[in-house]
Write a protein that binds this ligand. Structure first.
Ligand SMILES: C[S@@+](CC[C@H](N)C(=O)[O-])C[C@H]1O[C@@H](n2cnc3c(N)ncnc32)[C@H](O)[C@@H]1O
Length: 230
């Protein structure tokens, strides 16, 4: 907004000289909007800022970077056993540094009860031992801590049939053309087919000791989010 000239010593309440949230037209409405914004996030503000979080099988770090946007002050670690993936992750900009650690998710180099939140996107399915992987998440979570594991699943019905054609025939060919690697993109549909159905994974989570376990499907069941608490 264009600043109106003030007479000396007189406060002009129409002029915004500091932060101005979208839609604010004067100082009162700017202050009101900022107050409402912080009031809305107050219940989770401490949690997000004091969060100690680890993204397992982080790959090139996109999930850890998404977490950074939610918790500017959170202490975030990304772990993966592929050095090449971590090199790419570490080149991405983030408002506050993320700690990148080369580690096997089946033998994490963190003490018990290290984190409030453990996340994983599209990597859990690759583990050689699901129970051991869940056991490590349980070990490094603090009591009351939560995890979220995003994984592919197989959609059912008509959508499932269409998706199967794409996933098993088209995607491996496109992936092979772009990456020059035929193995990785044939492995993807094969690994999703082998991955146990959500009820079995939920049961394994309970056996490890997690409570409040759930699975929420997204996009016709192409992917789903497993959640639980220690
Ligand atoms: C499909 S990528 C997903 C990467 C990333 N989370 C994303 O969503 O883009 C799977 C990643 O899991 C990692 N990974 C698989 N098994 C692992 C294990 N046992 N320990 C650590 N990382 C593992 C791989 O190196 C790879 O970077």
């Amino acid at each position: 907004m264009t600043e109106k000239p003030d007479s000396v010593g007189k406060v002009n309440n129409d002029v915004i000289r500091g932060a101005a949230p979208a839609g604010a037209s004067d100082r009162d409405s700017a202050a009101r909007a900022v107050r409402e914004m912080f009031t809305a996030i107050a219940p989770r503000y401490d949690l997000l800022n004091h969060l100690l979080s680890v993204d397992l099988r982080c790959g090139t770090g996109d999930m850890a970077l998404a977490l950074r946007k939610e918790g500017q002050q959170a202490d975030i670690t990304g772990a993966d056993f592929s050095h090449a993936m971590l090199v790419l992750a570490s080149k991405k900009n983030s408002s506050r540094p993320i700690r990148w650690i080369e580690a096997d998710a089946l033998q994490l180099p963190f003490p018990d009860h290290s984190f409030n939140l453990v996340t994983s996107a599209f990597g859990f399915r690759n583990l050689a031992d699901y129970d051991a992987g869940l056991g490590e998440i349980f070990r490094v979570l603090r009591p009351g801590g939560e995890y979220g594991i995003l994984e592919f699943s197989e959609p059912e019905g008509f959508m499932g049939k269409i998706y199967n054609v794409y996933f098993k025939s088209i995607l491996p060919r496109v992936g092979r053309l772009i990456s020059g690697n035929s193995g990785a993109y044939s492995y993807l549909p094969a690994s999703v087919e082998r991955f146990p159905q959500p009820p079995e994974i939920l049961n394994r989570m309970k056996v490890v000791g997690f409570r409040d376990v759930s699975w929420t499907p997204y996009t016709f069941g192409i992917a789903g989010l497993f959640r639980g608490k220690r």
